[in-house]
Design a protein around this ligand. Structure first.
Ligand code: FAD
Ligand code: UDP
Length: 382
């Protein structure tokens, strides 16, 4: 008998498996339909011996000390600050847009103060910032919006930024200084031996059994368990009864090139050219030395594995309907990016999973307070 059946061995499922096994003494079965643990953060050495991220570049960054300290139990870190260039008007310039982006793009020599004035002169003030178009146009004006954001977003999401919540492009700030880091979080680092190694250490507890290549729907009636943690797509769990929740997909084209370096930055974005959005060169991320180099191209797709929830009002409404069904199931706990339909980064999923663990502990403590005799009987009969 398992105390918990956990569906999905990504961050959400693995954090909960680890906590439940090591801190609460629970017996856990973690099931994943894929042939590996780690979910979308899975990495592996390819046929040439280069460490690559199977599902696109995963860069760890967080402002949460508890999240960083929690993961630090399972990995050492390699300090890494991510940088991205965008190919615009035949040049490679820093994104997020900063002072150097503007000076390079327009052959200017502005100061931080002057670039601030420049943004103010081109910005289109909006009464209400509602969409992903509003966010950018109200800060840097229409021209820069069109050069950097409009087409990238259309390619990535299959819709215009005016149809997407503001939260999507708000992920990318605008700067008047020369800071060209993609993130400014307090903690920015990559797991020294990769994500998969970190997940192996999280899941190595004797109370955790792992079952790969398994759709939970094929085993759910065969395996005795008390509670379920579900981290797959929420609409799939309910058999799409209200219709499909849109998730955006990607196709990853991996390539290994017979040269030590391919591009001048870890990631180059292509807002306006090509069918792909960006090229990532993994050795920058991992620090690995190798005479060859591996890159991945990301081609956005409407169909395929679900990678991104699509933040827009009608989808939030549909999600709410599914969430009401989820809330009515006290023994199934929905956690993670797909199950709670949130455009979460890895650290946010870890934080959410730790919160769910605390809530489960609290629930159990309460149940024990209200029914001490029942607990005693269960404990004795075990
Ligand atoms: P997942 O990792 O998706 O895990 C869910 C698991 O459930 C999967 O392994 C899946 O196989 C399994 N599953 C689904 N259905 C079933 C079923 N029927 N039966 C059994 N198992 C099932 N975050 C960052 O912080 N930094 C980044 O740089 C970053 N880059 C990203 C780049 C890309 C291209 C993508 C797609 C995401 C990126 N993220 C990044 C986000 C990050 O991947 C997620 O926040 C995190 O992996 C979510 O973890 P999760 O456990 O919620 O979901
Ligand atoms: N974006 C853009 N141009 C860029 C970078 C980002 O238009 O050069 C927009 C796009 O809509 C993208 C969103 O900002 O989906 C968030 O970018 P981020 O790099 O955070 O996306 P992720 O890494 O999650 O795919």
């Amino acid at each position: 008998m398992f105390d918990y059946l956990i569906v999905g061995a990504g961050f959400a499922g693995s954090v909960l498996a680890e906590r439940l096994a090591s801190q609460a003494g629970k017996k856990v079965l973690i099931v994943d339909i894929r042939n590996h643990i780690g979910g979308n953060a899975y990495d592996h050495y390819n046929e040439e011996g280069i460490l690559v991220h199977k599902y696109g570049p995963h860069i760890f960054h967080t402002n949460s000390r508890p999240v960083f300290e929690y993961l630090s139990q399972f990995t050492e870190w390699r300090p890494y600050e991510h940088r991205v260039l965008a190919s615009v008007d035949g040049q490679l310039v820093p994104i997020p847009i900063n002072l150097d982006t503007i000076n390079k793009l327009y052959s200017l020599n502005l100061t931080a103060f002057e670039v601030d004035q420049f943004f103010a002169s081109v910005a289109e003030p909006k009464e209400q910032i509602r969409t992903s178009e509003d966010v950018v146009v109200s800060k840097v004006g229409r021209e820069l919006y069109e050069k950097f954001f409009r087409n990238y977003t259309r390619k990535q999401w299959g819709m215009d930024p005016s149809e997407l919540d503001r939260s999507v492009t708000a992920r990318v700030p605008t700067r008047t200084n020369r800071d060209d880091r993609y993130f400014t979080d307090t903690y920015q680092a990559m797991p020294l031996h990769g994500y998969t190694r970190m997940f192996e250490r999280m899941l190595s507890h004797p109370n955790i059994k792992i079952m790969l290549n398994t759709d939970y729907r094929d085993v759910i009636n065969l395996i005795p368990y008390n509670e379920m943690i579900y981290t797959g797509p929420i609409d799939l769990f309910f058999n799409y009864c209200y219709g499909k929740l849109p998730y955006r997909s990607l196709e990853f084209k991996h390539e290994t090139l017979n040269k030590p370096v391919h591009q001048s930055a870890p990631v180059v974005n292509y807002p306006n050219e090509h069918l792909y959005t960006r090229i990532t060169e993994f050795k920058y991320l991992t620090g690995q030395e190798h005479p060859k180099t591996s890159v991945v191209y990301e081609y956005p797709q409407a169909e395929g594995d679900p990678y991104y929830p699509v933040p827009r009002p009608e989808n939030a409404e549909l999600y709410k309907q599914y969430k009401a069904l989820a809330d009515a199931l006290p023994n199934v706990h929905f956690v993670g990016r797909l199950a709670t339909y949130k455009y979460y980064n890895m650290d946010q999923v870890v934080a959410q999973a730790l919160t769910v663990f605390n809530a489960l502990q609290e629930q159990e403590a309460q149940a024990a307070r209200f029914a001490p005799d029942r607990q005693l009987v269960t404990a004795e009969s075990n």
